[in-house]
Design a protein around this ligand. Structure first.
Ligand code: PHB
Length: 358
């Protein structure tokens, strides 16, 4: 029988009981000090029948934060909080990796240590507004990182990886997508540096590769994935030649022997996207391929049957359907996600979506 969403597989050394992946989803329900709480453990454990859970994006350091109530992985209390999550998921037979996040310029002084400016490859202000504890506020012009500061950022990724392994995660995913720090370095709309981290595609890819090396040195390549979003304009980002850029990214990540490349195959807000050959990324990258964005059961099965993807990540469907695997298996109706409770709040719209059992 050809493989489908329900076939087991391995991504690096991570064994998946099926190929249905819970995509990383920001939910803004961490406790004081950005510490994961029992309700967060309950939420993830409800979704443990997924072949793999990727946590919500998780700031690696105090300056990596850009939203209220996102759970960090840089303080001992946060590591203890995440232990509740990994234990609850493992007790139900699930696998879970932590997504390592630095937001770069997508932040606000009120979310930064000492009310400092957010940091970025270049001092270019994003259009739009930041979500802060005081409501929406205009983005500010970030401070361009000095080249001497970059080793410290790389070291923060390494330490966050050590913390994630201590917390019991099965691996980590480097967030290089959606207009956050590593994506800001990759793209020529946000990176105007004139040193060896800016200019050519090779230079713009350099920080991602240094971060990947540091994370691999801690975790081993077979437990590390990378997420990219070549066409996503989210967070006011673009590039003059995304195909060349991301073919190079896939080529240069390939020799690490990573567990997987996770690709957001379009723009998160919907709408028209320019032509892009995602299968080229698949060819350029030796390792697993997780496809994401706009997939349903039929499209997911087709992507696996054709060899386009090894696994498929579902985002909004996983918000509303803790038992998405069982619903797909039984062709059962799906709950509709409630946008009003996506970001912040309590159990409503978080742990109260019904399963088929009620
Ligand atoms: C969000 O908070 O809306 C968000 C966070 C991380 C992402 C994408 C969106 O990668």
């Amino acid at each position: 029988m050809p493989a489908d969403l329900f076939s087991p597989t391995k991504l690096g050394s991570i064994a998946l009981k099926n190929r249905i992946v819970m995509a990383p989803l920001t939910r803004n329900r961490a406790g004081k000090g950005n510490v994961p709480q029992p309700i967060n453990a309950e939420y993830y454990a409800q979704r443990a029948s997924a072949g793999l859970i990727i946590t919500e994006a998780t700031p690696i350091s105090p300056t990596a934060h850009g939203y209220p109530a996102t759970p960090g992985i840089h303080e001992p209390e946060q590591v203890e909080g995440w232990k509740l999550v990994t234990k609850a998921v493992h007790d139900k037979g699930g696998k879970i990796v932590l997504q390592l996040w630095h937001v770069g310029r997508i932040s606000h002084p009120s979310l930064q240590p000492g009310n400092a400016l957010p940091v970025a490859p270049s001092a270019i202000k994003p259009a739009g507004q930041a979500f802060t504890y005081e409501g929406l506020q205009d983005f500010v012009t970030p401070r361009a990182l000095a080249i001497e500061e970059l080793p410290g950022i790389v070291a923060d990724y390494a330490q966050a990886t050590r913390n994630a392994l201590e917390a019991g995660f099965d691996g980590v995913e480097i967030h290089a997508a959606n207009g956050y720090l590593l994506d800001q370095f990759l793209r020529d709309s946000t990176n105007r540096r004139t040193d060896e981290y800016g200019g050519s595609i090779e230079n713009r890819t350099r920080l991602l590769l240094e971060v990947t090396q540091a994370v691999v040195d801690v975790a081993g390549a077979d437990r590390v994935g990378v997420r990219i979003s070549p066409l996503n304009p989210f967070n006011d980002i673009s590039d003059s030649n995304p195909q060349a850029l991301f073919n190079h990214v896939a080529d240069s990540l390939s020799p690490f022997g990573l567990a997987y490349l996770h690709v957001v195959e379009g723009g998160m807000g919907g709408g028209d996207i320019p032509p892009f050959d995602f299968s080229a990324l698949r060819r350029h990258f030796k390792g697993g391929y997780i496809a994401n964005l706009g997939y349903d059961k039929a499209k997911g099965n087709a992507a696996i049957a054709s060899g386009h993807a090894d696994a498929v990540a579902y985002g909004s469907l996983y918000i509303a359907n803790p038992d998405l695997v069982e619903r797909f298996q039984q062709d059962a109706p799906l709950n509709t996600p409630d946008q009003a409770t996506f970001y912040g709040g309590d159990a409503k719209g978080y742990t109260d979506y019904p399963t088929l059992q009620g």
